[in-house]
Design a protein around this ligand. Structure first.
Ligand code: PLP
Length: 917
């Protein structure tokens, strides 16, 4: 089986059409220096097999790795702390693995994405219902990054510089918050907790809250599992004009607790509990909700609903505050998010319904209280705190003794926190599991008639409880199955359609990679399991890092970034840490070409950097490209000075053109003390051809969801590993994965110079497993073939579209190219008309409006997984459309396409951001 459909013979035919004898000649035409190619070819092999593994070999290999982990299918776990083991219904697993949900692109083209849009709209509605908030976005990377974004929103909205954080906040969340806020000059102050109750000390809070406080942040239930009195905290925050932010670690609690919306201005959280596997910490599911008035400031995407011709339609609403338009003034740099995880949560909540969810929450509550009650019967053990709790609590006991004793019996007793044990009990523990566990802890047999307590006997302040039942529809499994199957069918997806989408590398995703990731030994492992029980996944992470080093030439990688933009942000943090360490604090600027992706400038801004601008009021982006579409070396020399921290380039650039003078460019940047950053989203053009390190880049991020064939999931989850040179490795986020001399893998937190933490756990591990499977499936030679075919396919299209469509930079391209449809304006036709007409031909529209330097731009990237037949069909469709435009009797067809009706983003959509159930 091959993932590349074109044969050598077809490739030769295509090269002939392009007008070159062989691929090497094409690379010469493109302008890739021979020296770079030679270096890539001769580069040392670290870990990649020369040839790809067969499906049988892959399956065995991944099964073995999975078996090296203690998976919760076979072990009993009481681990929680922000990642919870809940049962995932079989119907959800069936629905969420449908290609039409897994393999579509971000729903920018509403007509081709109604399924994803409707599912995300439902997600927003459900999260609003649970939190009692006005508006929810359609997902964030995780609960920790969502909280950091909330703090930034609060600082911007109040124009204040301090956030007060309860000491009951998850320590990893606090780390992420610190890492995000440090470069924005925002202060974090901690409010102690009441040592008896385990909740925020309200007296202290009152004293500390003042006119500098942008926001008060508490978690509920908090890290110790205790329930906060959020009505009182909210009052204190508001009395001084601060915003009140609530972070939710265990959203199941919202089924029985009063919705925080009554008191909070922003509610963010982690919704992994709703139908998403643990996957050793990711991808999980951040959510972000606010009151209506903060909508223009919210990060991320929001779906809106409208009625057109009596039919409900969905589009992305509120795009104008996003980075692809606002660039460095955008409200956030988040682009790819965790859309597929949000769809899983939606289906989960539909399967359970309002009643089912409440019952489940009660079961969690009762089991947790039962365990606590039974253990407390043992004289040596007492609760750390007396506050009320939901399904998690802390015990004051001989933590390590209990943990070690139970580990022998395949039980994870909980997490050590200072002098106590943090335990979570969910519905996945049967009474037998629980009794067996309790007997081992307390050392005496339980009476068989001991039973769960009753809710009314728990010491639960009644004001904490939800008064109105959840308005979530109560449907049967077959009904939910049909609703979501039909919804999915309203999408275009890679498995059903061709996506010639520039910059996004929408390629076919080999199914063996999905299979490999699905083993229980990967899916069902908790991020806080002891290292010796997760050797398989640590080994995989360690080897993935080596593979990425081999591919790029870089010295170290962090797998932590959740997407490309997240990698950019981390990269900029490292740039800052590097200059700060040298005492070189005058560098406040970054040079980014105007042709760059919108996330580049917004990631810089998120790290407190200014983007170098031109014009009398310094508002215009700098176009660094010359007439050949490459960096203007003279201009770069002029701009590069001691104030510039870094230059951020995309190679090949967003026109699909290679930077033939890259070595010279690197020299200019380095001579002035700057660092050179590569946005590696276009790595699909470079595999085995040129390595970022050889091009002298200091930092590079990759998009696994583009180059390494992990599906886009309708907008995420992705993964954006960041690679650096040796000199910068000490700044990487913690933990890194290391290996001892005797072959044991471990998580290393001993990096004193590290920038900190950018996710609650270790990265989107589920995505990383898929990408590693893909890399092994291709091997070194296969990866080279990927880029070779991607480049040949693109040049073939370019050659055959040239006659009818304008090519602004008429030269050989790499894996993508741009057309300008400016000449069609004479017919009153715009680029989006042509794009929408393609839908009628069964083809997803190419990228539009980007890069912004080309007017009426259409950006086309065929990828290596499309056959010559598909490319020919695309060319034929494009020529037909051109002919339709030319004839008066048919040009309306293009103007009004698609035939199913064009969906407009209207103002009305912005006002309909959730459903009332
Ligand atoms: C996709 C892309 C990004 C952003 O990546 P995300 O994963 O969406 O955050 C950045 N730069 C370029 C060139 C891209 O194509």
């Amino acid at each position: 089986m091959d993932f590349i459909p074109n044969t050598e013979k077809q490739k030769k035919e295509m090269l002939k059409v392009i007008g070159v004898k062989n691929f090497e000649e094409l690379l010469d035409k493109i302008g890739v220096p021979r020296d770079l190619m030679r270096k890539a070819k001769k580069s040392k092999s670290l870990i990649l097999p020369r040839k790809g593994l067969s499906e049988i070999e892959l399956k065995r290999y991944f099964m073995k790795l999975a078996e090296k982990n203690a998976d919760l299918g076979h072990w009993t776990s009481f681990l929680g702390a922000g990642a919870y083991e809940h049962h995932i219904p079989a119907a959800l697993e069936t629905l969420i693995t449908r290609s039409e949900f897994v393999t579509p692109y971000t729903p920018y083209q509403a007509e081709a994405s109604q399924g994803t849009l409707e599912a995300l709209f439902e997600f927003q509605s459900l999260i609003c219902e649970l939190t009692g908030m006005d508006v929810s976005n359609s997902s964030m990377y995780d609960g920790a990054t969502a909280l950091a974004e909330a703090a930034i929103l609060a600082a911007n909205a109040t124009k204040r510089k301090e956030v007060l954080v309860s000491a009951g906040l998850h320590p990893a969340y606090k780390k992420v918050l610190e890492t995000y806020l440090r470069n924005l000059n925002l202060e974090i102050r901690e409010i102690e907790y009441d040592v008896k109750l385990g909740t925020v000390d309200l007296n202290w809070l009152k004293v500390k809250t003042n006119e500098y406080t942008a926001a008060v942040i508490v978690q509920n239930p908090n890290f110790f599992g205790c329930l906060e009195d959020i009505s009182k905290v909210g009052k204190i925050a508001h009395s001084k004009g601060a915003l009140f932010i609530v972070s939710v670690l265990e959203p199941l609690s919202l089924a029985i607790l009063e919705a925080p919306g009554k008191y909070a201005d922003i509610v963010t959280g982690e919704a992994q509990s709703f139908g998403n596997p643990l996957y050793f910490g990711g991808p999980h599911l951040g959510f972000f909700t606010t009151k209506e008035k903060f909508v223009p400031r919210m990060p991320g995407r929001i779906v809106g609903r409208n009625e057109e011709n009596g039919k409900e339609v969905y589009t992305l609403a509120w795009q104008t505050r996003e980075q692809h338009i606002r660039r460095e003034t955008a409200t956030s740099n988040i682009c790819t998010n965790n859309a597929l995880n949000a769809i899983a949560a939606t289906i989960y909540l539909y399967l359970l319904g309002g009643k089912g969810l409440k019952k489940l929450a009660e079961e969690n509550l009762l089991k947790a209280h039962y365990v606590q009650k039974m253990i407390l019967a043992n004289a040596g053990i007492r609760p750390k705190f007396s506050g009320s709790f939901f399904n998690e609590f802390t015990l004051f006991c001989n933590t390590e003794g209990i943990k070690q004793k139970l580990l022998k019996d395949r039980i994870f007793a909980g997490i050590t926190w200072e002098d106590s044990l943090l335990m979570a009990v969910t519905e996945t523990k049967t009474k037998k599991d629980i009794d067996c566990f309790v007997e081992k802890v307390v050392d005496f047999p339980l009476l068989p008639e001991m039973s769960y307590p009753k809710i009314e006997y728990l010491n639960f302040p009644s004001q904490y409880l939800r008064k109105t039942p959840l308005r979530i529809p109560n449907l049967s499994e077959p009904e939910v199955m049909r609703i979501f199957t039909r919804m999915s069918q309203r999408n275009f997806s890679v498995d059903t359609h061709f996506y010639p989408l520039g910059s996004c590398t929408m390629k076919y995703n080999p199914k063996i990679c999905e299979k490999a990731t699905g083993f229980s030994g990967f899916k069902n492992i908790h991020p806080y399991q002891p290292e010796e029980t997760v050797q398989g996944i640590l080994e995989l992470g360690w080897k993935m890092e080596k593979a990425l080093c081999e591919i790029t030439g870089m010295d170290r990688f962090s797998l932590q970034p959740a997407a490309g933009a997240h990698g950019e942000l981390l990269g900029m943090m490292i740039v800052r840490a590097y200059h700060n360490e040298r005492g070189d604090t005058a560098r406040k600027k970054v040079i980014i070409p105007e042709s760059a992706h919108g996330t580049n400038p917004s990631s810089c801004a998120r790290c407190g950097y200014e983007v170098v601008k031109k014009g009398s009021n310094k508002q215009e982006d700098i176009e660094l490209l010359n007439e050949q579409g490459e960096i203007d070396i003279g201009l770069l020399k002029e701009l590069m000075n001691e104030e510039v921290a870094a230059v951020m380039l995309t190679v090949p650039n967003t026109l699909g053109l290679f930077e033939s003078k890259i070595i010279e460019i690197a020299d200019i940047v380095h001579k002035k003390g700057g660092l050179l950053y590569l946005d590696g989203a276009n790595m699909n053009a470079l595999l085995g051809i040129a390595r970022p390190k050889d091009m002298r880049f200091d930092i590079v991020h990759l998009n696994l969801h583009k180059t390494f064939s992990t599906p886009h999931g309708g907008g995420g989850p992705g993964s954006g590993p960041l690679g650096v040179t040796k000199e910068l490795a000490k700044f990487l986020p913690m933990p890194t994965i290391e290996k001892t001399e005797d072959g044991k893998y471990y998580l290393c937190y001993g990096l004193p110079k590290s920038v900190g933490k950018i996710q609650a756990f270790y990265g989107n591990i589920g995505v990383i497993i898929k990408a590693y499977a893909y890399i092994l499936a291709l091997g070194r030679s296969g990866l080279k073939k990927v880029s070779e075919n991607a480049i040949v396919n693109a040049n073939y299209l370019l050659e055959l579209l040239k006659d009818n469509y304008q090519v602004p930079y008429d030269r050989a391209c790499m894996h993508e190219f741009v057309l300008s449809l400016k000449n069609l304006e004479a017919y009153n036709i715009h680029v989006w008309d042509v794009a929408k007409r393609l839908i009628d031909y069964g083809i997803h529209p190419p990228t539009m409006r980007f890069p912004q330097i080309v007017k009426e731009v259409l950006m086309i990237e065929p990828t290596e997984t499309e056959s010559k037949e598909t490319l020919d069909r695309f060319i034929e469709a494009m020529i037909k459309i051109y002919q339709e435009i030319g004839s008066q009797s048919t040009s309306w067809k293009v103007r009004e396409a698609p035939v199913s009706g064009r969906i407009e983003e209207k103002a009305a959509t912005r006002r309909n951001l959730k459903r009332e159930y």
